[in-house]
Ligand binder design. Structure first.
Ligand code: HEC
Length: 155
């Protein structure tokens, strides 16, 4: 008898719990108002057929947010940026026998060879120095800027 009572109490509790789940407000079921919930509603159809992208002409309101970011990405990197990203690994520590930035004695004989020779060697690689310091997307100007940056700190 006691067992049955417990069982029915559990059943009642379960039904209550189920009831509270079912009693979700309509807002929780769909964020859209009643007439716009169906996949056949104008809202849903417009969403499905809207273009994946849109063209924004310069001067239009829509482009103002994206334009500055593009400028940053397309401009040449400064010598310091290239150095930090691609050269510091070796030239910051002297790894693999690289002339260390700030070490005037090891840079002096290289500076004496002239800028053009140093640039050529940096682009093509020399001994343990890999071509372009492995910065394959660096332009020659960017490599040159990085050399100038290192040299300016190593005299
Ligand atoms: C993997 C290590 C490494 C990286 C990365 C590296 N270098 Fe070097 N670099 C060297 C070594 C080693 C030498 C010395 C080569 C020698 O003369 O034997 C050297 C030498 C140089 C020289 C002197 C060349 C000459 O004519 O004497 C320049 C200039 C130079 N590196 C520029 C750069 C620039 C710019 C970067 C980054 C874009 C860079 N290096 C990245 C290892 C590296």
């Amino acid at each position: 008898m006691k067992k049955m009572l417990t069982a029915s109490l559990v059943l009642v509790a379960t039904l209550f719990a189920a009831g509270s789940v079912a009693a979700k407000s309509t807002k929780e079921i769909s964020p859209y108002p009643l007439g716009e919930r169906s996949v056949f509603s104008d809202r849903a159809i417009e969403e499905r057929i809207k273009p994946v992208g849109s063209v924004c002409v310069e001067g239009d309101e829509c482009g103002s947010a994206a334009a500055p970011a593009e400028e940053v990405a397309s401009g040449p990197r400064s010598g310091e940026q290239v150095y930090n990203g691609s050269c510091a690994a070796c030239h910051g520590t002297g790894a693999a026998g690289a002339p260390k930035m700030g070490d005037a004695a090891s840079w002096a004989p290289r500076i004496a060879k002239g800028e053009a020779t140093m640039l050529k060697n940096a682009i093509n690689g020399i001994n343990a120095m890999p071509p372009k310091g492995m910065c394959m997307d660096c332009s020659d100007d960017e490599i040159n800027a990085a050399i100038e940056y290192m040299v300016s700190k190593s005299q």
